[in-house]
Design a protein around this ligand. Structure first.
Ligand code: NAP
Length: 280
Protein backbone atom coordinates (compact mmCIF):
# COMPACT_ATOMS: atom_id res chain seq x y z
CA UNK A 1 0.00 0.00 0.00
CA UNK A 2 1.50 3.36 -1.00
CA UNK A 3 1.07 6.31 1.32
CA UNK A 4 0.25 9.64 -0.27
CA UNK A 5 2.90 12.26 0.65
CA UNK A 6 1.75 15.43 2.40
CA UNK A 7 0.77 18.20 -0.04
CA UNK A 8 3.30 20.95 -0.77
CA UNK A 9 2.41 24.02 1.28
CA UNK A 10 1.92 27.56 -0.01
CA UNK A 11 0.25 30.61 1.52
CA UNK A 12 -0.49 34.29 1.14
CA UNK A 13 0.58 36.54 3.99
CA UNK A 14 -0.86 39.99 4.65
CA UNK A 15 -2.59 42.12 7.27
CA UNK A 16 -5.58 41.99 7.02
CA UNK A 17 -5.95 38.90 4.83
CA UNK A 18 -9.47 37.51 5.36
CA UNK A 19 -10.72 39.18 2.15
CA UNK A 20 -8.05 37.52 -0.03
CA UNK A 21 -9.27 35.52 -3.02
CA UNK A 22 -5.82 33.97 -3.56
CA UNK A 23 -6.61 30.68 -1.71
CA UNK A 24 -9.62 30.14 -3.97
CA UNK A 25 -7.64 31.00 -7.12
CA UNK A 26 -4.72 28.71 -6.27
CA UNK A 27 -7.05 25.86 -5.28
CA UNK A 28 -8.67 26.13 -8.73
CA UNK A 29 -5.25 26.21 -10.43
CA UNK A 30 -4.09 23.14 -8.43
CA UNK A 31 -7.24 21.20 -9.27
CA UNK A 32 -6.97 22.07 -12.94
CA UNK A 33 -3.27 21.14 -13.25
CA UNK A 34 -3.38 18.14 -10.85
CA UNK A 35 -0.86 19.59 -8.41
CA UNK A 36 -0.65 18.01 -4.96
CA UNK A 37 -0.53 21.19 -2.90
CA UNK A 38 -2.43 23.28 -0.39
CA UNK A 39 -2.62 27.06 -0.15
CA UNK A 40 -3.79 29.01 2.88
CA UNK A 41 -4.12 32.65 4.01
CA UNK A 42 -2.08 33.74 7.05
CA UNK A 43 -2.70 37.01 8.86
CA UNK A 44 0.70 38.39 9.82
CA UNK A 45 1.12 41.67 11.70
CA UNK A 46 4.18 43.72 10.63
CA UNK A 47 6.13 42.90 13.81
CA UNK A 48 5.66 39.15 13.18
CA UNK A 49 6.75 39.15 9.54
CA UNK A 50 10.35 37.92 9.93
CA UNK A 51 9.64 35.02 12.37
CA UNK A 52 6.57 34.00 10.38
CA UNK A 53 8.44 33.79 7.06
CA UNK A 54 11.35 31.96 8.74
CA UNK A 55 9.06 29.43 10.44
CA UNK A 56 6.93 28.87 7.34
CA UNK A 57 9.93 27.80 5.26
CA UNK A 58 11.68 25.97 8.13
CA UNK A 59 8.54 23.85 8.49
CA UNK A 60 8.75 22.80 4.82
CA UNK A 61 6.67 25.56 3.16
CA UNK A 62 7.40 25.84 -0.56
CA UNK A 63 6.33 29.36 -1.51
CA UNK A 64 4.54 32.51 -0.39
CA UNK A 65 2.49 35.29 -1.88
CA UNK A 66 2.93 38.57 -0.07
CA UNK A 67 0.42 41.39 0.08
CA UNK A 68 -0.19 44.71 1.87
CA UNK A 69 1.58 45.83 4.06
CA UNK A 70 4.57 43.49 3.60
CA UNK A 71 5.50 43.85 -0.07
CA UNK A 72 8.50 46.09 0.55
CA UNK A 73 9.68 44.85 3.96
CA UNK A 74 9.75 41.21 2.87
CA UNK A 75 12.64 41.93 0.48
CA UNK A 76 15.14 42.06 3.36
CA UNK A 77 14.18 38.52 4.38
CA UNK A 78 15.19 36.90 1.10
CA UNK A 79 18.59 35.96 -0.29
CA UNK A 80 18.01 37.06 -3.87
CA UNK A 81 15.81 39.55 -5.74
CA UNK A 82 14.58 38.90 -9.28
CA UNK A 83 15.12 41.82 -11.66
CA UNK A 84 11.34 42.47 -11.48
CA UNK A 85 11.37 42.70 -7.68
CA UNK A 86 14.52 44.83 -7.70
CA UNK A 87 13.12 47.43 -10.09
CA UNK A 88 9.72 47.45 -8.35
CA UNK A 89 11.33 47.68 -4.90
CA UNK A 90 8.66 45.25 -3.75
CA UNK A 91 7.77 41.55 -3.96
CA UNK A 92 4.48 39.68 -4.08
CA UNK A 93 6.00 36.20 -4.47
CA UNK A 94 8.66 34.24 -2.60
CA UNK A 95 10.13 31.20 -4.27
CA UNK A 96 12.20 28.62 -2.38
CA UNK A 97 15.02 27.77 -4.74
CA UNK A 98 17.03 24.55 -4.88
CA UNK A 99 19.36 24.61 -1.87
CA UNK A 100 16.77 26.45 0.21
CA UNK A 101 17.60 30.06 -0.71
CA UNK A 102 14.57 32.38 -0.86
CA UNK A 103 14.07 34.45 -4.01
CA UNK A 104 11.76 37.48 -4.05
CA UNK A 105 9.87 38.13 -7.27
CA UNK A 106 7.14 40.52 -8.36
CA UNK A 107 4.43 39.22 -10.71
CA UNK A 108 2.00 42.17 -10.36
CA UNK A 109 3.19 44.02 -13.46
CA UNK A 110 3.23 40.86 -15.57
CA UNK A 111 -0.31 40.16 -14.34
CA UNK A 112 -1.55 43.61 -15.40
CA UNK A 113 0.15 43.41 -18.78
CA UNK A 114 -1.26 39.95 -19.47
CA UNK A 115 -4.78 41.06 -18.52
CA UNK A 116 -4.54 44.19 -20.68
CA UNK A 117 -2.96 42.63 -23.74
CA UNK A 118 -4.07 38.99 -23.73
CA UNK A 119 -7.48 38.97 -22.00
CA UNK A 120 -8.77 42.41 -22.94
CA UNK A 121 -6.84 42.85 -26.22
CA UNK A 122 -5.94 46.45 -25.36
CA UNK A 123 -3.13 47.98 -27.44
CA UNK A 124 -0.60 50.06 -25.50
CA UNK A 125 2.11 50.44 -28.12
CA UNK A 126 2.35 54.06 -29.33
CA UNK A 127 -0.61 55.07 -27.10
CA UNK A 128 -0.83 57.78 -24.44
CA UNK A 129 -1.09 56.25 -20.99
CA UNK A 130 -2.04 57.98 -17.73
CA UNK A 131 -1.06 56.10 -14.56
CA UNK A 132 -2.81 57.31 -11.39
CA UNK A 133 -0.94 56.83 -8.11
CA UNK A 134 2.70 56.52 -7.10
CA UNK A 135 2.57 53.86 -4.40
CA UNK A 136 3.79 50.26 -4.42
CA UNK A 137 1.33 49.09 -7.07
CA UNK A 138 2.22 51.91 -9.47
CA UNK A 139 5.91 51.19 -8.97
CA UNK A 140 5.36 47.49 -9.67
CA UNK A 141 3.53 48.02 -12.96
CA UNK A 142 5.67 50.86 -14.37
CA UNK A 143 8.47 48.84 -15.97
CA UNK A 144 6.14 46.26 -17.58
CA UNK A 145 3.89 49.07 -18.91
CA UNK A 146 6.88 50.93 -20.36
CA UNK A 147 7.95 47.62 -21.89
CA UNK A 148 4.80 47.82 -24.05
CA UNK A 149 6.28 50.98 -25.59
CA UNK A 150 3.56 53.62 -25.08
CA UNK A 151 4.02 56.97 -26.86
CA UNK A 152 4.06 58.60 -23.43
CA UNK A 153 3.30 57.58 -19.87
CA UNK A 154 2.23 60.29 -17.42
CA UNK A 155 2.14 59.53 -13.69
CA UNK A 156 -0.36 61.64 -11.71
CA UNK A 157 -0.39 61.64 -7.93
CA UNK A 158 -1.66 63.86 -5.11
CA UNK A 159 1.88 64.02 -3.79
CA UNK A 160 3.67 65.18 -6.96
CA UNK A 161 7.17 64.62 -5.51
CA UNK A 162 6.38 60.91 -5.18
CA UNK A 163 5.27 60.76 -8.84
CA UNK A 164 8.37 62.72 -9.89
CA UNK A 165 10.57 60.29 -7.96
CA UNK A 166 9.07 57.39 -9.91
CA UNK A 167 9.42 59.21 -13.23
CA UNK A 168 13.11 59.85 -12.47
CA UNK A 169 13.70 56.23 -11.46
CA UNK A 170 12.11 54.80 -14.60
CA UNK A 171 13.23 57.47 -17.08
CA UNK A 172 15.73 55.15 -18.77
CA UNK A 173 12.95 52.71 -19.66
CA UNK A 174 10.74 55.00 -21.71
CA UNK A 175 9.00 58.40 -22.12
CA UNK A 176 7.70 58.86 -18.58
CA UNK A 177 6.78 62.13 -16.82
CA UNK A 178 5.01 63.21 -13.64
CA UNK A 179 2.28 65.69 -12.73
CA UNK A 180 -0.28 66.65 -10.12
CA UNK A 181 -3.99 66.17 -10.86
CA UNK A 182 -4.68 69.90 -11.18
CA UNK A 183 -2.11 70.23 -13.97
CA UNK A 184 -3.69 67.47 -16.08
CA UNK A 185 -5.13 69.14 -19.14
CA UNK A 186 -5.35 68.71 -22.87
CA UNK A 187 -6.67 65.88 -24.94
CA UNK A 188 -7.91 62.54 -23.61
CA UNK A 189 -5.55 59.68 -22.93
CA UNK A 190 -5.88 56.31 -24.71
CA UNK A 191 -5.52 54.31 -21.49
CA UNK A 192 -5.94 55.37 -17.85
CA UNK A 193 -4.74 52.91 -15.21
CA UNK A 194 -5.88 53.66 -11.67
CA UNK A 195 -3.17 52.30 -9.36
CA UNK A 196 -4.31 54.36 -6.36
CA UNK A 197 -6.02 52.89 -3.33
CA UNK A 198 -8.86 55.46 -3.70
CA UNK A 199 -11.52 52.97 -4.83
CA UNK A 200 -10.91 50.89 -1.69
CA UNK A 201 -12.21 53.88 0.28
CA UNK A 202 -15.02 54.64 -2.21
CA UNK A 203 -13.15 57.73 -3.34
CA UNK A 204 -12.19 59.10 -6.71
CA UNK A 205 -8.82 60.69 -7.53
CA UNK A 206 -9.42 64.42 -8.31
CA UNK A 207 -9.39 63.91 -12.08
CA UNK A 208 -10.53 66.53 -14.58
CA UNK A 209 -12.95 65.06 -17.15
CA UNK A 210 -10.70 66.28 -20.00
CA UNK A 211 -8.43 63.25 -19.49
CA UNK A 212 -11.22 61.14 -21.01
CA UNK A 213 -12.08 60.97 -24.69
CA UNK A 214 -14.58 58.78 -26.53
CA UNK A 215 -11.93 56.11 -27.19
CA UNK A 216 -10.33 56.14 -23.72
CA UNK A 217 -10.06 52.81 -21.91
CA UNK A 218 -10.02 52.89 -18.10
CA UNK A 219 -8.64 50.17 -15.83
CA UNK A 220 -8.89 50.12 -12.03
CA UNK A 221 -6.45 47.82 -10.20
CA UNK A 222 -9.07 47.57 -7.46
CA UNK A 223 -11.87 45.10 -8.14
CA UNK A 224 -15.34 44.81 -6.66
CA UNK A 225 -18.60 43.03 -7.43
CA UNK A 226 -20.10 46.17 -8.92
CA UNK A 227 -18.35 49.17 -10.48
CA UNK A 228 -15.73 50.96 -8.38
CA UNK A 229 -16.04 54.76 -8.05
CA UNK A 230 -13.47 55.04 -10.81
CA UNK A 231 -15.06 52.67 -13.33
CA UNK A 232 -18.48 54.26 -12.65
CA UNK A 233 -16.99 57.73 -13.22
CA UNK A 234 -15.36 56.49 -16.43
CA UNK A 235 -18.65 55.11 -17.79
CA UNK A 236 -20.62 58.22 -16.77
CA UNK A 237 -18.09 60.43 -18.56
CA UNK A 238 -18.17 58.48 -21.81
CA UNK A 239 -15.09 56.22 -21.63
CA UNK A 240 -15.07 53.55 -24.33
CA UNK A 241 -14.38 50.77 -21.80
CA UNK A 242 -13.94 50.45 -18.03
CA UNK A 243 -12.39 47.38 -16.40
CA UNK A 244 -11.55 46.29 -12.86
CA UNK A 245 -8.47 44.40 -11.67
CA UNK A 246 -9.81 40.90 -11.06
CA UNK A 247 -8.12 39.75 -14.28
CA UNK A 248 -4.82 41.19 -13.05
CA UNK A 249 -5.25 39.36 -9.75
CA UNK A 250 -5.78 36.03 -11.51
CA UNK A 251 -2.92 36.62 -13.96
CA UNK A 252 -0.38 37.60 -11.27
CA UNK A 253 -1.44 34.47 -9.39
CA UNK A 254 -0.91 32.33 -12.50
CA UNK A 255 2.57 33.80 -12.89
CA UNK A 256 3.40 32.94 -9.25
CA UNK A 257 1.91 29.46 -9.66
CA UNK A 258 4.03 28.73 -12.72
CA UNK A 259 7.18 29.94 -10.92
CA UNK A 260 6.46 27.50 -8.08
CA UNK A 261 5.07 24.52 -9.98
CA UNK A 262 6.59 24.81 -13.47
CA UNK A 263 3.13 24.63 -15.07
CA UNK A 264 0.97 27.52 -16.28
CA UNK A 265 -2.72 27.20 -15.46
CA UNK A 266 -5.50 28.26 -17.81
CA UNK A 267 -6.71 31.56 -16.39
CA UNK A 268 -9.80 32.16 -18.55
CA UNK A 269 -11.83 29.38 -16.91
CA UNK A 270 -10.78 30.49 -13.40
CA UNK A 271 -11.62 34.13 -14.11
CA UNK A 272 -15.02 33.18 -15.41
CA UNK A 273 -15.72 31.01 -12.32
CA UNK A 274 -14.69 33.83 -9.98
CA UNK A 275 -16.94 36.27 -11.82
CA UNK A 276 -19.89 33.89 -11.44
CA UNK A 277 -19.26 33.27 -7.75
CA UNK A 278 -18.34 36.66 -6.31
CA UNK A 279 -18.62 36.93 -2.54
CA UNK A 280 -21.46 39.21 -1.35
P1 NAP B 1 -0.05 52.33 -1.51
O1 NAP B 1 1.39 52.01 -1.67
O2 NAP B 1 -0.63 52.58 -0.16
O3 NAP B 1 -0.31 53.64 -2.45
C1 NAP B 1 -1.51 54.26 -2.45
C2 NAP B 1 -1.58 55.25 -3.63
O4 NAP B 1 -2.94 55.65 -3.75
C3 NAP B 1 -0.76 56.53 -3.43
O5 NAP B 1 -0.29 56.97 -4.68
C4 NAP B 1 -1.80 57.53 -2.88
O6 NAP B 1 -1.53 58.85 -3.22
C5 NAP B 1 -3.01 57.07 -3.67
N1 NAP B 1 -4.30 57.40 -3.05
C6 NAP B 1 -4.86 56.86 -1.94
N2 NAP B 1 -6.08 57.39 -1.72
C7 NAP B 1 -6.28 58.30 -2.73
C8 NAP B 1 -7.36 59.19 -3.05
N3 NAP B 1 -8.47 59.26 -2.32
N4 NAP B 1 -7.23 59.96 -4.16
C9 NAP B 1 -6.11 59.91 -4.90
N5 NAP B 1 -5.06 59.11 -4.64
C10 NAP B 1 -5.15 58.30 -3.56
O7 NAP B 1 -0.98 51.20 -2.16
P2 NAP B 1 -0.56 50.22 -3.34
O8 NAP B 1 0.15 49.03 -2.79
O9 NAP B 1 0.11 51.04 -4.38
O10 NAP B 1 -1.98 49.68 -3.87
C11 NAP B 1 -2.85 50.49 -4.63
C12 NAP B 1 -4.06 49.68 -5.01
O11 NAP B 1 -3.74 48.69 -5.97
C13 NAP B 1 -4.66 48.94 -3.81
O12 NAP B 1 -6.01 49.33 -3.71
C14 NAP B 1 -4.55 47.47 -4.16
O13 NAP B 1 -5.71 46.75 -3.75
C15 NAP B 1 -4.46 47.50 -5.68
N6 NAP B 1 -3.71 46.34 -6.23
C16 NAP B 1 -4.40 45.45 -6.99
C17 NAP B 1 -3.73 44.35 -7.55
C18 NAP B 1 -4.49 43.35 -8.40
O14 NAP B 1 -3.97 42.23 -8.61
N7 NAP B 1 -5.64 43.68 -8.93
C19 NAP B 1 -2.36 44.15 -7.29
C20 NAP B 1 -1.69 45.10 -6.51
C21 NAP B 1 -2.38 46.19 -5.97
P3 NAP B 1 -0.57 59.81 -2.29
O15 NAP B 1 0.84 59.33 -2.50
O16 NAP B 1 -0.79 61.17 -2.83
O17 NAP B 1 -1.05 59.60 -0.87
Amino acid sequence: MSIMPAPDRYAVIGHPIAHSRSPQIHALFAQQTHQHMMYSAIDVAPEDLAPCVREFFAAGGCGLNVTVPHKETVLALTGRLSPRARIAGAANTIVKEAGGRLMADNTDGAGLVRDLTHNLRIAVNARRVLLLGAGGAARGVLAPLLGLMPRELVIANRGVERAQGLANTFASLGPVSATGYAELDGAGFDLIVNATAASLHSQLPPLPACVLGPTTICYDLVYANADTCFTRWAREHGAAQAHMGLGMLVEQAAESFSLWRGVRPDTASVLSLLRQHSPP
